[in-house]
Design a protein around this ligand. Structure first.
Ligand SMILES: NC(=O)c1ccc[n+]([C@@H]2O[C@H](COP(=O)([O-])OP(=O)(O)OC[C@H]3O[C@@H](n4cnc5c(N)ncnc54)[C@H](O)[C@@H]3O)[C@@H](O)[C@H]2O)c1
Length: 352
């Protein structure tokens, strides 16, 4: 649900009055605690427990889960309690996971505060934490009891966070090929254009819901949503020490490189690649790799949990509004592609 600033608190109060939880546990991150929680009336209720996580994926660990569950127990939280997650996708994933297994599941409300979590992470019921260096490897499928999205939260986001969310909107637009695709042609509009953003977020949620409700546990068509993410995760992992290579830039570039690969394998045409390039490169810098990184990025692509036995699984855009999932490409073929498009630098010494 997308709610205006003046109604978010009444919606939240209505839910609490109707369900009468015996304890409210608010989970948030440092930034959302400072910038977003003060805008909510639950902030003023002294009996609420407030659990603060570090910003970003540092929160999605088993250690924080254990600490959080112990706080829940010390505060006598039980099945009649509710967790309210106020934050970006990391806070929602963490809270949704902790709520889904504590006492075999208690109520959870999501208040997403980033663009990415409004259009993606708050929809579709995936929860999870990272473990032994693998993202989201421990988790559950569990839907929140209520989601309240308010675009006013977006005004404090950094440019990088806006571009992260926009990369998922581009992905949805390319897959959907209808109203979302039409709306994103003009690039990123200011958040002061409330009607535009409310409409765009609504369209994105409806699109994601149309896919995930038909395939909740990702046996088939939900894999369409992996567009750009196989290559994107590879690039993100390759440059994990470089703060300039953010998730959004990696995913946007992932969509481009996967579409170029699709073209070379005969799954799409030049025109589709040109449309994809025109959506991505006015906004995101191009991220490539060097010759000496080909083997490493090839291994990183194989490391993805969706891949097995020397084959990498892709979702390819065939044309705007049409994509195909479960396309297996042999690792050797990917290495050839990576080598063909690598910058001509043979070793790290050549750039230092
Ligand atoms: N469950 C799903 O379906 C799903 C889908 C996509 C992504 N994810 C997960 O979501 C996470 C990424 O989500 P994200 O992009 O929201 O990142 P995030 O949660 O790490 O938030 C990004 C940064 O923005 C800060 N922030 C949050 N709200 C803010 C605000 N209003 N103003 C200023 N700063 C604010 C956060 O504290 C953090 O530092 C990853 O862990 C990813 O795995 C989950």
């Amino acid at each position: 649900m997308i709610v205006k600033t003046d109604t978010i608190n009444s919606r939240l109060e209505n839910w609490l009055n109707t369900h009468q939880p015996d304890k409210v546990v608010v989970v948030t991150s440092e930034s959302s605690f400072k910038l977003c929680l003060p805008k909510l009336s639950i902030h003023k209720k002294l009996d609420n427990v407030v659990y603060r996580l570090p910003d970003g994926d540092d929160a999605k660990t088993i250690e924080f889960c254990q600490d959080f569950w112990s706080v829940m127990m010390r505060n006598d939280a039980n099945r009649k309690s509710v967790i309210i997650a106020v934050g970006g996708g990391a806070v929602l994933d963490f809270s949704g996971f902790c709520a889904s297994v504590f006492m075999r599941g208690l109520a959870c409300i999501y208040v997403p505060t980033t663009l990415l979590s409004m259009v993606d992470g708050s929809e579709g019921g995936k929860t999870g934490i990272n473990f032994y260096g693998t993202k989201n490897i421990i988790g559950t499928f569990s839907e929140p009891n209520l989601v309240l999205r308010n675009i006013e939260f977006l005004t404090t986001l950094t440019k990088n966070e806006i571009f992260s969310g926009w990369a998922e909107i581009l992905k949805h637009g390319i897959l959907e090929g209808g109203e979302i695709f039409k709306q994103i042609q003009g690039g990123i509009k200011p958040f002061s254009d409330e009607d535009y953003w409310i409409n765009l977020i609504r369209l994105n949620i409806e699109f994601k819901k149309s896919i995930t409700s038909a395939d909740f546990k990702e046996k088939g068509q939900r894999k369409l949503l992996n567009l750009g993410h196989t290559f994107g995760h590879g690039l993100e992992a390759l440059f994990f020490e470089d703060p300039n290579i953010t998730h959004g830039k990696a995913v946007a570039n992932g969509i481009y490189w996967e579409t170029l690969l699709a073209l070379e394998l005969g799954f799409t045409n030049e025109e589709n690649l040109r449309i994809v390039e025109n959506l991505i490169f006015p906004l995101y810098p191009k991220i490539g790799w060097n010759k000496f990184q080909v083997e490493e990025i090839g291994n990183l692509l194989m490391h993805d949990k969706k891949n097995e036995n020397g084959w990498i699984h892709f979702t390819f855009s065939k044309q705007i509004g049409a994509a195909e999932y479960n396309i297996e490409v042999a690792k050797q073929r990917i290495l050839h592609f990576l080598d063909k498009h690598a910058e001509d630098v043979e070793s790290i010494e050549d750039i230092l």
